[in-house]
Ligand binder design. Structure first.
Ligand code: BGC
Length: 407
């Protein structure tokens, strides 16, 4: 599919035209915002001397207690959808012991969203597992899929009514890389590109996703089930097409193929990765970088949506994460405009895109550090006071049909 040059539409300031029911909102993940997720493997890592995790999550944004405030902010901004995750480690803190109190907590969140007119998009697994699950060998230990499915079945009181969209597993492609990242430490990120996902973990995660999907459909066949894939927008330099396809398959495409029969697939996109004949390349010298070291490249999300649409053979797309870590919020506003422009172009070319959920609602715990600020809303680390940034208002305004400039 061709991307029409920007010069096609000069001085264009207009609203984004989206299909009925389009999801407009922001995303979070339990461990990154709740605080004190003490029964999880991440908490264990954060508190184990010598582990690769430097800064602990601690109280995070205290959203375990302040979720209602978070939802009020979304509503006040004019957004209609909230993607959040529920925490397996709280629901099943020791093997086989399920906490009715924690299930009731998450049900209150679902009800709280619905009462406010927000549609909840619920993720069942976002990077963290109970420490007991990790200690028995994680995803590749015998019985892992059955244990995950048992947890999924037990979430019925949370997702059984009023939840239209459920994500089984967030970024399984990253989950399959966690082993390599833990053993390589900082080295894993010094090289261009990402480590190779573990093949056995990949296979189990695909099986777990399909089994969880069946378990959710058994709870209510109306629930729209999908999973969300980290998309690196691999761009082949001339002559590197075969290398790029080979590189992309285990890191991304194998997970997209597994979403072919899903109701929707989540696109999670932040930047692009150029690939030469020798493999992935660092951003070119002089390009604008975010606090995460990613190239500022807002049109990535449209390209990610196109790639996802093609590889899944037309599974409807929801952008479940897209954003950047910056201190200058005007760059977030510019990124937002560029990202939405790229989605508009993809939709014009026939890609079925059903929602845009920004990452993230809050400045939060970025897996080992609070330094990269991805939030539409700043959080005071001492008082937990929330302060929406101009970009939060801009997204709400656009969601309400406001016009915005195309880059
Ligand atoms: C993850 C988030 C993370 C974000 C920014 C995604 O990989 O799903 O948990 O905070 O990217 O790095």
């Amino acid at each position: 599919m061709s991307v029409s040059p920007t010069t096609d539409r000069p001085n264009s300031v207009r609203p984004l035209s989206v299909p009925a029911g389009f999801l407009w909102g922001a995303s979070t993940a339990a461990h990154q915002i709740e605080g004190n997720n003490t029964a999880s493997d991440w908490w264990h890592l954060e508190t184990t001397p010598g582990s690769h995790v430097v800064e602990p999550s601690g109280d995070a944004a205290d959203s375990y207690h302040r979720w209602a405030e978070d939802m009020d902010i979304l509503v006040d901004l004019g957004l209609t959808d909230y993607r959040f995750s529920i925490e397996w480690a709280r629901i099943e803190p020791t093997e086989g012991r399920f906490s009715n109190a924690e299930l009731a907590h998450y049900r209150r969140m679902v009800d709280g969203a619905i009462e406010r007119g927000l549609r909840p998009v619920v993720t069942l697994h976002h990077f963290t597992v109970p420490q007991w699950f990790a200690a028995r060998g994680g995803w590749t230990a015998p019985g892992a899929v059955e244990l995950f499915v048992r947890y999924v079945e037990r979430t019925a009181p949370v997702i059984g009514t009023g939840v239209s969209h459920v994500c089984t597993i967030n970024e399984p492609n990253m989950v399959a890389m966690f082993g390599a990242i833990a053993s390589l430490g900082a080295e894993a990120f010094r090289e261009a590109g990402l480590p190779l996902p573990d093949a056995a973990t990949t296979e189990v995660l695909v099986e777990a996703h399909h089994a969880a999907r069946a378990a959710i459909k058994a709870i209510d066949p109306q629930i729209q089930v999908g999973w969300t894939i980290a998309n690196q927008v691999y761009q082949a330099l001339p002559g590197a097409e075969a290398v790029t396809a080979e590189y992309s398959w285990p890191r991304e495409d194998v997970f997209l193929v597994a979403a072919r029969d899903d109701d929707w697939v989540g696109v999670q996109s932040y930047t692009r990765t150029r690939v030469g004949t020798d493999g992935p390349l660092h951003p070119e010298p002089g390009v604008e970088l975010t606090l995460s070291g990613y190239e500022f490249y807002p049109q990535a999300v449209g390209e990610a949506a196109r790639h996802t649409w093609e590889v899944t053979e037309h599974t409807p797309v929801i952008v479940t994460e897209n954003g950047l870590s910056v201190t200058d919020d005007t760059r977030r506003v510019a990124y937002l405009h560029g990202a939405l422009d790229s989605l508009e172009r993809a939709m014009a070319d026939g890609v079925d895109i059903r929602g845009y959920l920004h990452w993230s609602l809050l400045d939060n715990y970025e897996w080992g550090s609070y330094a990269p600020t991805f939030g539409l809303v700043a959080v005071d680390r001492e008082t937990f006071e929330r302060h929406p940034k101009p970009s939060a208002h801009e997204l709400g305004r656009i969601a309400q049909g406001g016009a915005f400039p195309r880059p």
